[in-house]
Design a protein around this ligand. Sequence first.
Ligand code: FAD
Ligand code: NAD
Length: 455
Amino acid sequence: MRHHDLVVIGAGSGNAVMDESFADLDVAIVEERWFGGTCLNSGCIPSKMLAYTAQVARTVREAGAYDVDAELRAVRWRQVRDRVFERLDAQRDSGRRARVQQDSVTVYEGRARFTGPKSLRIDRADGAVDISAAQIVIAAGGRPAIPGPVAESGLPYETSDTVMRIDAPPRHLAILGGGYIAAELAEVFAAAGSSVTVVEKEERLLGPQDETVAERFTELVRSRYDLRLGRELTALDGSPGALRLTLDDGSTVEADMLLVAVGRVPNSDRLNLDAAGVATHDDGRVRVDRHQRTTADGVFALGDICSPVPLKHVANREAAVVAHNLRHPDDLVAADHGVVPAAVFTQPQIASVGATEQECRDRGLDYRVGTAGYGDVAYGWAMEDTTGFCKVLAEPGTGRLLGAHVMGAEASTLIQPLVLAMTLDIDATTLAKSPYWIHPALTEVVENALLDLDL
Ligand SMILES: Cc1cc2nc3c(=O)[nH]c(=O)nc-3n(C[C@H](O)[C@H](O)[C@H](O)COP(=O)(O)OP(=O)(O)OC[C@H]3O[C@@H](n4cnc5c(N)ncnc54)[C@H](O)[C@@H]3O)c2cc1C
Ligand SMILES: NC(=O)c1ccc[n+]([C@@H]2O[C@H](COP(=O)([O-])OP(=O)(O)OC[C@H]3O[C@@H](n4cnc5c(N)ncnc54)[C@H](O)[C@@H]3O)[C@@H](O)[C@H]2O)c1
């Protein structure tokens, strides 16, 4: 049996672990599907490239608001898709090639599972191979969750793994789930000409967001999509291309395509972790300590398979922590999940960091709210914006920022000064009054929200 110094399972964020400092080791990486993982192939990057195209289409459609005559004639889906994936598939292939050509790295293309402590079997197209390693990193990510009525129907459905690569947009797309993926891809397919129905079991889209954000976003898109809120799917029938969704109130939705976006599950169930002594949480995430060590000696985990926050910037940070800790067992570092921002690349964008107002209330915190609208600042006038806003939550007295939420153009960028302040412990008053805020930039909306706090 071939023995390696280090084996990494999963070439998504796991591929970032083995930098040049590992060149002196005999390292292997196992990948069953695609180098670059979810982010590059079916997640963050293609969805944002498509979302940007959708934004261009909306800008043309809404040009009249700026007294510009313009007409959107077509979004050429197939060309859009090919532009996106020709670029990303080339990245994937060059990432794979670079590893295959590296002398110190062995690439196994197949599915790994544990056969014992620090021992793996890799099922490949040309047969299985058994290997062992002194250290192992589990970076096997997750996959879309598929609810019973969909799986049991035997009818075709799409997930984020497949839907961005389809040949033509459906006439009527039904989306099950009203979270991140639904919100982003509804806009993409609406821009491409699909009519969209969203079925969400909660009463609002993007439910875990701050309550003001979730409420206003839901209201804003109500005129764009057919929203079936507070509803669950009880049955899926019909035939391929002519699907009928029956919801728990007896109502139905007819659609030619179904996108399932009800969350993701970790791939831990496919790894035979018991054989290795790697424990999991009830939700399937691999248990790790603050140094990304699992319950098995010499076995680390990172990314969606273990993370409490399944986002790419978190997986990247955890990969850096694992890379350090593999090389420095006597000087371990920790992944800090204290202040993790997130953004939803919808129109308008949404970005958040820290606590929501409902969390502050539920935790019994003493807090103040500061808000400002895009329409209150000069750049917002230029944009004719009537819906964008920034909301900050801070502790009275100290001015310590507890959370911040932005909905509007470039929210994912506007949130960053607030992320910095929370990370570096800069209080709201200092952040508002010490730096210059460029006039008349959109960042003035953040400055005004901070100044609005009654501390
Ligand atoms: C549609 C979509 C959009 C997203 N957008 C964003 C965004 O805008 N911003 C953001 O921060 N996050 C976003 N995310 C989340 C982000 O993609 C993930 O958090 C991140 O990619 C997780 O990285 P990972 O390395 O843990 O897992 P992955 O990237 O999923 O990598 C795991 C790899 O392991 C391989 N693998 C699995 N099991 C085995 C096995 N047994 N043997 C061998 N190989 C195996 C898989 O094939 C895969 O390549 C998005 C996710 C989706 C689905
Ligand atoms: N911009 C980003 O950072 C980004 C974008 C896309 C995805 N992601 C990541 O991918 C993950 C998965 O995205 P997602 O949209 O699938 O999950 P999600 O957790 O964001 O949303 C799932 C939604 O489906 C609803 N739901 C669950 N079961 C349901 C059912 N049976 N019927 C109807 N509704 C149901 C939930 O209430 C929830 O609103 C996200 O949690 C996030 O970590 C991030």
